[in-house]
Write a protein that binds this ligand. Structure first.
Ligand SMILES: [Zn+2]
Ligand SMILES: [Zn+2]
Length: 271
């Protein structure tokens, strides 16, 4: 019998200007969010030696532009199933209405409900609710070939339910959005600062560090810091905070910290 090719995680883009990743097993490839243009998604996949037409499905976390910008074109070009909640689909349709108010339809829309798992090829997908100011936002875990990948960006804090879903992950992709001080003194209007900092906003470096020191089970071989703010964070600050927190639990030896980038695809993480 041939050995499996294993599971891989490729972060194509991450941040407030667009989010997109690929979770792959030896037989199945899932695009997680479609927040950059179709052309750029294709370009970044090809830069990693991946054929975009080998994608099996897309899963969408929520309807904010930085997660769905390329969705309509990608769905049209690839003609693969697109999984999202009913509420997210409605919000996407509403945002995409044309001048006559006619809503677009996805040819292969697949509805899921948060908390209810579904299967795409040999990858088991489990969506779970995250606290964020969208209609029905979710994070995901993906399981295949004995490997578990956890994906949680765009969340105001880490509730107990999310902590439970993220137990036992071999790769953990977590939001490390902003440095509180940089946000506080930064250029955003106060209303936006309040939104980002709120319980349904974005996870700060220190909130993520708090998760690592108190509730994280140290299971991941790779920790990916994602959705970093370009205005209100610095990659080295985010890395330092995360590594410091992981070190307090002796976890830095088993968790390799990787930073996802807005501008280029990361080398795939393979397990
Ligand atoms: Zn969002
Ligand atoms: Zn976002």
């Amino acid at each position: 019998m041939l050995a499996g090719m294993g599971v891989s995680v490729s972060m194509l883009a991450s941040g407030s200007r667009g989010n997109c990743g690929v979770i792959a097993s030896s037989t199945t490839k899932i695009l997680v969010d479609a927040g950059i243009s179709c052309r750029e998604t294709f370009r970044r996949m090809r830069s990693l030696g991946e054929d975009p037409h080998s994608l099996s499905a897309m899963v969408i976390t929520h309807e904010h532009c930085d997660h769905i910008y390329g969705l309509a074109t990608l769905a049209k070009k690839l003609r693969i199933p697109v999984f999202m909640t009913g509420a997210t689909y409605q919000m996407w349709q509403r945002a995409m209405r044309d001048e006559q108010g006619i809503k677009p339809r996805l040819e292969k829309f697949e509805r899921f409900e948060s908390g209810h798992g579904f299967q795409v090829g040999d990858i088991a997908v489990k969506p779970f609710t995250i606290p964020h100011d969208a209609a029905d936002p979710v994070g995901f875990t993906f399981r295949s070939e004995g490997i578990k990948v956890g994906f949680a960006t765009d969340l105001g804090y880490v509730p107990v339910s999310v902590r439970d879903h993220l137990r036992g992950c071999d790769v953990l992709i977590m939001e490390s959005n902003h440095d509180l001080e940089m946000l506080r003194v930064g250029p955003y209007p106060w209303s936006v600062k309040q939104r980002v900092m709120s319980r349904v906003g974005h996870l700060s470096n220190v909130a993520l560090a708090d998760f690592f020191t108190s509730d994280y089970d140290n299971s991941a071989t790779f920790v990916v810091l994602a959705h970093l703010s370009e205005q209100n964070n610095h990659p080295e600050i985010a890395r330092r905070e995360a590594e410091k927190a992981l070190a307090t639990r002796g976890g830095l030896f088993c968790n390799r910290v990787v930073l996802a980038s807005q501008t280029e695809a990361l080398e795939p993480i393979r397990l």
